[in-house]
Design a protein around this ligand. Sequence first.
Ligand code: ZN
Ligand code: ZN
Length: 153
Amino acid sequence: MIQKNRLSWDQYFIAQAAILSTRSTCNRLHVGAIIVKNHRIIASGYNGSIAGTPHCTEVGDLIVDGHCVRAVHAEQNALMQAAQMGISVDGAELYVTDMPCLQCTKLLLQAGIQTIKFMRDYHNDTFANELLTQKMLNYYKSPSNQQQLNKLI
Ligand SMILES: [Zn+2]
Ligand SMILES: [Zn+2]
C-alpha cells in the first residue's frame, strides 16, 4: 500500500532543519541546519549566542555592518557540535533552511561537506558560489512540501 503523505528523505531532513530553526534565539533570520550521513542525523544546530552567554532575545542583537555578530550561525553550530562530540562530517550532507553565507560556506567546504541542500535563497554570495563551483560541490534547493512544513512550524 502506498503511503500518500510519506515524506521523501529530502523533505524529511529539510523539515527537521525547519523545526530546529524555531529554537533560534537571534531576532534576525531563524536558521536551522542538520548534518546527515547515510540517512542518519549526526549533528544539528540553529543560530544563537555562545552557550552560557545572554541570548539576543534577552539583550538584543549586536549589529555590525547589518549583521548580528552575537549569534553563531546554525551551520557553524552544527559543525562545532560534531567537533565537540568527535564526529567526522567528512563526506556528509548539510540540510539548511537558508542558503549559507560566505563564512559558513568556507567552513563547510573545509570540513568536507559534500552536498548542501537549502530551503530558501538568501543573499547569494558571489565568492561563495565561485568556491562551490571550484570544489564541484552539489548544491541545490531541496524539494520541500510547503504545506506540510507550514503545519510543522
Ligand atoms: Zn542576534
Ligand atoms: Zn553563515
